[in-house]
Design a protein around this ligand. Structure first.
Ligand SMILES: Nc1ncnc2c1ncn2[C@@H]1O[C@H](COP(=O)(O)OP(=O)(O)OP(=O)(O)O)[C@@H](O)[C@H]1O
Ligand SMILES: [Mg+2]
Length: 260
């Protein structure tokens, strides 16, 4: 079910019609205590290999939505499916969280007292990888986000953009089919933000599904599609607004990412 597509194929080329969407929310309501309705009958489908941006005002429910998809919380009503599996029926939710979705939090949550490479390795504890394999994989990921040279530093010795890239490396450790990123470019300068977007575009090109929360409509335009959420409801943007107009008709944009 989590089979990947060869990276040479365009994101939509090899998909069979019977394949379930990567993410599916059906009429989801999320209420918190005190009568707060964070999500109000939200339905959303993200196909495998799609790169979808989600925007909306502060407090509209974006993080809540990602948390439900990552099984960090349960909906009050409605159904959440990831790769065709109803999360309400999964018994091993911690295994699901560890292996099937990568989550980059709004605040990056790195552990401050251990090195950058150890922060990435932690995501692989409890998996089949032994400590040598964890180290090797962590270094490979730090290479990917252009931070191999910072592996032995503490997170506090990195810039905000670098920390965010470590958090992304950590989220990719177990090769999840779905990446959920909550405002990963908030507070970053334009160049750092573009590098992160270019990384997401590369991941999408390899077959990963990406759901990105961002307030920056310029960055959102690098996604296939923009979904807007207001007061807990999905509101469809006007055609062509803020997102690539013809998804899947060529390689994803790479911005100014360096080769190699
Ligand atoms: N644990 C919680 N308990 C009670 N209310 C909550 C909780 N988490 C979020 N909320 C409320 O739910 C609503 C949606 O919050 P959410 O964090 O999803 O917003 P958001 O769109 O991510 O906002 P931002 O852009 O500021 O991050 C808000 O009104 C918020 O105050
Ligand atoms: Mg949020």
């Amino acid at each position: 079910m989590s089979e990947r597509h060869p990276s040479t194929l365009a994101p939509d080329a090899a998909r069979s019609p019977a394949e379930p969407p990567a993410i599916e929310l059906i009429d989801v309501v999320k209420e918190y205590g005190g009568g707060v309705r964070a999500l109000d009958h939200v339905s959303l489908v993200v196909k495998k290999g799609e790169f979808v941006a989600l925007s909306g005002p502060s407090g509209c429910g974006k993080s809540t939505l990602l948390h439900l998809i990552a099984a960090l919380d349960r909906p009050t009503e409605g159904i959440v499916r990831v790769n065709g599996r109803n999360l309400a029926h999964i018994h091993d939710l911690s295994g699901f969280r560890r292996l099937e979705v990568g989550l980059v939090f709004q605040l990056h949550n790195l552990l401050p007292r251990i090195s950058v490479v150890a922060n990435v390795e932690i995501a692989m504890y409890g998996t089949h990888r032994n400590s040598d394999a964890r180290r090797e994989r962590a270094m490979e990921l730090l290479e990917e986000v252009d931070l191999a040279g910072r592996a032995d530093r503490l997170p506090t010795q990195l810039s905000g953009g670098e920390r965010q890239r470590v958090a992304i490396a950590r989220s990719l450790a177990n090769d999840p089919a779905v990446l959920l990123a909550d405002e990963p470019t908030g507070n970053l300068d334009a160049e750092s933000a573009h590098r992160i977007m270019a990384l997401f575009a590369r991941l999408q090109h390899r077959g990963m599904t990406v759901l990105l929360v961002t307030h920056d409509l310029g960055l959102a335009s690098m996604a296939d599609r923009l979904e807007r959420i207001e007061a807990g409801r999905i509101v469809t943007p006007r055609h062509g607004e803020g997102a690539r107009s013809s998804p899947g008709d060529g390689p994803a944009p790479m911005a100014e990412e360096r080769a190699g």
